[in-house]
Design a protein around this ligand. Sequence first.
Ligand SMILES: [Zn+2]
Length: 246
Amino acid sequence: MSSLADSDLLHVWETMRRQTLPRRAAALLAVVAPGMTSDQLAGMRLGERERRLLDLHARCFGPRLSCVADCPQCGETFEFELDARALSAGWPDPAEVAQPASIETHDYRVDMHLPTVADSIAASDGHDAAQAYTTLLQRCLVCTTPTGETVAPEALPPALLQEAAARMESADPAAELMISMPCPACDAVLNEPLDLCAFCWAEVEARAPRLLAEVHALASHYGWSEADILAMSRIRRDAYLGMVSS
Ligand SMILES: [Zn+2]
């Protein structure tokens, strides 16, 4: 995995700003893994995507994830930090993640495949969370009756759907990251999903205007091109910025 060059960061920020978070995350991962084909990226399981996003965050934006949460019990808003590198400790090796076993009941057979980057993108293109959930079910589950008829996954009994979801979650536990955090003001324990796509994008959105301001300052003063300024090392750019502002 390569680093995220400033010119690449600005390109992704500019081209993906109106896209969904899963599309933005895929664009970032494509930039830092230039040897990966678009098919390989599309077929990447979500646990592997999360692992790569954590790595990207740690290497390009630092290992600390700054979080804000609201306690549902007492209403307290509190901030805390997570270490990106510690989060992935205990995750299974991606090579060891296997597709969950099919479920067979008297009435149905449910075959599953673990959600991929392409599945996540397709789900995120829907209008709302309910449609996203249905899209994910339709893409990841194949349900049939003993006579071979196909059944829409959303028509399955809820208990069977829950069983399928539980099998997928335990097969690829890194795919949906949850954190448990005690509320500092009461005895509640918060269980919050951690959206690494959102964390990485927040860093991109914070860094892009700073980079543009640097280009503006140096281009205005020296007349250098944007490409030349962005290609400069951080040490050299900071030195020139210091001279411009002194
Ligand atoms: Zn609380």
